[in-house]
Design a protein around this ligand. Structure first.
Ligand code: F6R
Length: 606
């Protein structure tokens, strides 16, 4: 996830671009850059670090003078944060900025290199610049963009300049956000309304693959074949500036919950670009010889590991342990040949997880890392890295990084199972298809928000609540319960459903909220029995299950039905309403949702 902005007609494009990028900094801040048409041609300025670093550079070098330009703030995906990898990227007559992930960048890079292309950066974006330049003949920019789009797989929003066309700015998108803003004698491209809110009154939302052509005279939209796109109505930009920073949401956590269809697609898409046999091949070329897996992590990342253990053991039949990183380090772990340690971490800086990684490496055990932050300590020190690609997560309570961690562990389980032939090819293909559908399935779940909000309202005064489930549903309960207690301060416990009666049931009193998660067909009856035991003691029961598993008797007080999907994927689908439930409860209780007390986003102390 990155932020892009472009403008034409503005008095001082460079200053405007910087202003816009600052508003988009929440989308990433590993590096930033601008390109402006000056009287001497396009001038590119870029710098690793926050936008302030670019401003310092511009103050020293002088701002480029011109009225047309593009800008970018980067969240590194392909290639570490550095000046060279910063956008804009140029090739020949083309200079562009990009938000998204080009899934086939590796093949395209190889193909272009065979034709003599020389790449300066490690980014997938530079591949797009080369491709566009290859297709470009002067006077025909739209044809070049259309031809390049045909070759690009993945997601992209691009803002493009052609050095022999100083009057125009071009924009195009596929599954990444891009808006076209209308100001007074000036026109804009941006990832988001906030970047340009104070300059525009109205804006357009271009459709996927429509090419926006911006000049000082106005905006037009073309289809890839060069014909005009269907007319569209402009929307009014009536957001408050404060709300706009959060994309219109009152809290980052809500924004991050809501963007999960997009972030799951970013995490899953590139890994599935080469069929079931190619899953994670780029990150893990060789997975043979793995005899035991130890997943080491903290908090929610550890809960993701619990789901991963279930997936890997049930599909690939590889014994898998989940270790709390802070314990692993001091338990003198027994590690032997054939073991692999997988460290899961959003920040890549969690001290306990990093210490566990170092210990495993000291003992000669290969370490794979599933990490969000590119270039973080864990990413750098692991033998192999699988990035989440979900963009910066700003709310302290993790949501979109957690679901991506689970999805990637699921993908790893499918890959291992496929190679070891512990599942049939048909089953592997079915699971692969379901993984590709997962972002859309999650989008469906996000449609049930009103009912969940009402439930949170009702339960807001409760002092304690419980989450019960079995198997992988128990892992969902652990995460659902953590989410609720950490942001709403309502005390909550997760229990393996069968354990409740061994002590904790004495805490159930009339009205105590109990959430029963039951998405696994084989365990449904057992979990339902345990839920009924709690219900008989007065618990206010919420049952979370799949449509096809809905019990005939209505022993519960509230019901949330989830779409039917492969059971393996249900933990990702089931956690989304629980994240939202936690969020609503916290709002109802007047808590500081994005910054809960006593917590920090990145825990760099032991
Ligand atoms: C809870 C949460 C934490 C983190 C944990 C590990 O919402 O965010 O439990 O999951 O501190 O952090 P990372 O993933 O950065 O290693």
């Amino acid at each position: 996830m990155c932020g892009i902005v472009g403008c034409v007609g503005a008095e001082n494009a460079a200053a405007l671009l910087i202003e816009g990028l600052k508003k988009l900094e929440y989308r990433g801040y590993d590096s930033s850059g601008i390109a402006v048409f000056t009287k001497d041609g396009i001038r590119v300025e870029k710098k690793q670090g926050r936008i302030a670093a670019l401003e310092e550079k511009l103050a020293a070098d002088g701002y480029p003078k011109g009225t047309l330009g593009i800008g970018h703030t980067r969240w590194a995906t392909h290639g570490v944060p550095s000046d060279v990898n910063a956008h804009p990227h140029s090739c020949g007559r083309v200079t562009l900025v990009h938000n998204g992930i080009i899934e086939n960048d590796y093949e395209l890079r190889e193909e272009l290199e065979r034709e003599g292309a020389v790449f300066l950066s490690e980014t997938d974006t530079e591949v797009a610049a080369h491709l566009l330049d290859r297709f470009y003949t002067p006077g025909h920019p739209v044809e070049a963009i259309a031809a390049a789009m045909k070759r690009l797989r993945g997601t992209f929003a691009l803002a493009i300049l052609f050095s022999d066309d100083p009057e125009h700015l071009y924009g195009v998108r596929k599954d990444s956000p891009l808006i076209v803003g209308i100001g007074e004698g000036e026109y804009f491209l941006a990832s988001d309304v906030p970047a340009i809110l104070n300059r525009i009154g109205r804006y357009y939302l271009p459709e996927d693959r429509e090419i926006a052509v911006l000049s000082r005279k106005g905006v037009s939209f073309l289809l890839p074949d060069g014909t005009p796109a269907p007319e569209k109505e402009p929307l009014t930009a009536d957001w408050s500036v404060d709300a706009a920073e959060k994309g219109g949401y009152p809290h980052f956590m809500l924004k991050e919950i809501m963007e999960q269809p997009e972030t799951l697609r970013a995490a899953i898409g590139p890994r599935c670009a080469h069929g079931v046999g190619g899953i994670l091949k780029k990150e893990l070329p060789d997975v043979s010889g793995v005899e035991r897996i130890l997943i080491v992590a903290c908090g929610s990342a550890m809960h993701a590991g619990m789901v991963g253990k279930h997936a890997i053991e049930s599909l690939a039949r590889i014994p898998t342990e989940v270790c709390i990183a802070s314990e692993f380090r001091y338990q003198n772990p027994i590690l032997k040949k054939g073991d692999v340690v997988i460290v899961v971490s959003q920040s890549g800086e969690t001290a306990d997880s990093l210490a566990a990684l170092r210990l495993a490496k000291e003992k000669g055990t290969p370490v794979w890392a599933i990490v969000n932050v590119v270039g973080s300590s864990i990413a750098r020190e692991a033998d192999r890295v699988i990035y989440l690609y979900v963009g910066p997560e700003i709310a302290v309570a993790t949501t979109k990084a957690y679901t991506a961690q689970v999805a990637l562990l699921d993908l790893l389980a499918i890959r291992l199972a496929y190679e070891r032939k512990t599942v049939t090819e048909e089953r592997a293909e079915r699971l692969f298809g379901a993984m590709n559908r997962l972002p859309e399935t999650v989008r469906l779940v996000l449609g049930q928000t009103e009912r969940i909000r009402n439930l949170a309202k009702f339960n807001r005064e409760a002092e304690h609540s419980f989450f019960i489930g079995r198997g992988q549903d128990y892992a969902v309960c652990c995460e659902g319960s953590l989410k609720l207690k950490e942001i709403s301060y309502q005390h909550s416990e997760a229990y393996a459903a069968g354990e409740l009666k061994h002590g904790t049931i004495s805490l159930i009193t009339p009205g105590t909220p109990v959430v029963a998660v039951a998405t696994t067909a084989a365990l449904l009856e057992k979990t339902v029995s345990n839920a009924k035991e709690a219900g008989s003691r007065g618990a206010r029961l919420l049952l979370l299950t799949r449509k096809s598993l809905k019990p005939r008797d209505t022993f519960y007080r509230d019901l949330l039905l989830l779409p039917d999907e492969e059971e393996l994927l249900m933990p990702v689908i089931a956690i989304v309403p629980l994240q939202y439930y936690a969020y609503c409860t916290a709002v109802e209780r007047g808590c500081d949702v994005d910054k809960p007390r006593n917590l920090a986003k990145s825990v760099t102390v032991e």
